[in-house]
Design a protein around this ligand. Structure first.
Ligand SMILES: Cc1cc2nc3c(=O)[nH]c(=O)nc-3n(C[C@H](O)[C@H](O)[C@H](O)COP(=O)(O)OP(=O)(O)OC[C@H]3O[C@@H](n4cnc5c(N)ncnc54)[C@H](O)[C@@H]3O)c2cc1C
Length: 308
């Protein structure tokens, strides 16, 4: 199916993009990044923007790994993120979530900026940036604006991006030891997450494999960030799970106890339902995938599982 007619603007720098957004301030504008949400929406879902601003900005396709944080430009593709040695060693959770997106064609074209801006309720990257305590970097004609990931996602397709603003990148702090994991139950038809759980668990002290972990010898959890996608209309942190983990060893019994809190922060009325999963089943998936993510994070914290 062909999309409705629209005006097309190519922007080869951030300023050109912001100028175009200002010029068309009174029009219905979409930004074209990887096009893997926008183009299907224009062809089959009745999305009819007046103008499409095509972001062709090499500077936004960049990985900048610094001492304590890694900055990912908005146009960085999932494939680049998943394959980048710098991302895998500094913010491996983001690399793992990117490697779980759709199929190879989608990973080669889709961008982290488009993924976060599109804010699909089952998208993978929102959970990863929430559990990573990342900051979303926005640009507008007045300068820059930074929004913590926890304040960024407002609902299905709704974010903190204002009209005239561009998502320029994401700043992800490096975790301080411990383990991480992204565990995803893939929707059989769409590839999105029916439920996906991202976890970053920091521990005091170090472990020495299975025996040490079984003995609780890897130290106690000093901080935990756990986020879910797919369960409700946006990606959300699960503070009850996080609170249950802190102060205990990252061990089977505390993990089970924390996973049993997975539904405590979610109003059952808000759980998504579709042809593949009822709301009740999604609640069960959520609990199971929280446990899976935490078990993998625990294994990695104990040094049992390769991280790259
Ligand atoms: C078959 C299929 C399977 C998929 N499976 C998955 C999956 O498993 N997991 C997953 O997470 N996603 C999945 N996706 C979605 C895919 O990841 C998209 O690439 C992503 O949602 C949007 O990224 P994009 O770069 O393609 O953005 P586009 O489609 O170009 O843009 C999407 C939206 O974001 C806005 N936008 C884009 N960039 C910016 C920016 N820099 N600043 C402000 N606004 C911006 C646009 O205006 C538009 O509204 C799938 C898509 C398809 C078609």
């Amino acid at each position: 199916m062909f999309p409705a007619e629209f005006d097309y603007e190519r922007a080869e720098s951030v300023s050109e993009a912001l100028e175009a957004l200002e010029r068309y301030a009174d029009a219905d504008v979409e930004i074209l990044a990887g096009g893997h949400s926008l183009v299907p929406a224009m062809k089959t879902e009745g999305r009819e923007p007046d103008v499409v601003v095509d972001l062709d900005v090499p500077a936004l396709d960049a990985v900048n790994a610094l001492d304590d944080r890694t900055v990912l430009g908005a146009l960085t593709t999932y494939a680049t993120i998943a394959d980048s040695g710098a991302v895998r060693s500094t913010v491996p959770l983001v690399a793992e979530a990117a490697s779980e997106v759709g199929d190879l064609q989608i990973r080669n074209r889709g961008t982290i900026g488009g993924n976060l801006a599109a804010a699909h309720p089952g998208a993978d990257l929102p959970a990863a940036v929430l559990a990573s305590d990342a900051t979303i970097l926005l640009r507008n004609r007045d300068g820059k604006r930074e929004v913590p990931a926890t304040d960024f996602f407002r609902g299905d397709g709704e974010t903190a991006v204002e009209p005239g603003e561009l998502l320029a990148g994401v700043r992800v702090p490096h975790a301080d030891g411990g383990g991480f994991a992204y565990a995803k139950k893939t929707h059989p038809a769409t590839g999105y997450a029916m439920v996906g759980v991202a976890a970053v668990v920091e521990t005091d002290g170090g472990g020495d494999g299975d025996a040490d972990r079984d003995a609780g010898g890897e130290g106690t959890v000093s901080s935990a960030r756990v986020a879910a996608t797919g369960a409700v209309d946006r990606a959300v942190r699960l503070p009850s799970v996080e609170d249950a983990l802190v102060g205990d060893p990252l061990d089977s019994a505390p993990i089970d106890a924390a996973a049993s809190e997975a539904r405590a922060d979610i109003d059952p009325e808000r759980l998504r339902a579709d042809a593949s999963a009822s709301a009740e089943f999604r609640g069960e998936l959520l609990e199971a995938y929280v446990a899976r993510a935490l078990e993998t994070a625990a294994d990695r914290a104990a040094g049992d599982t390769p991280t790259a």
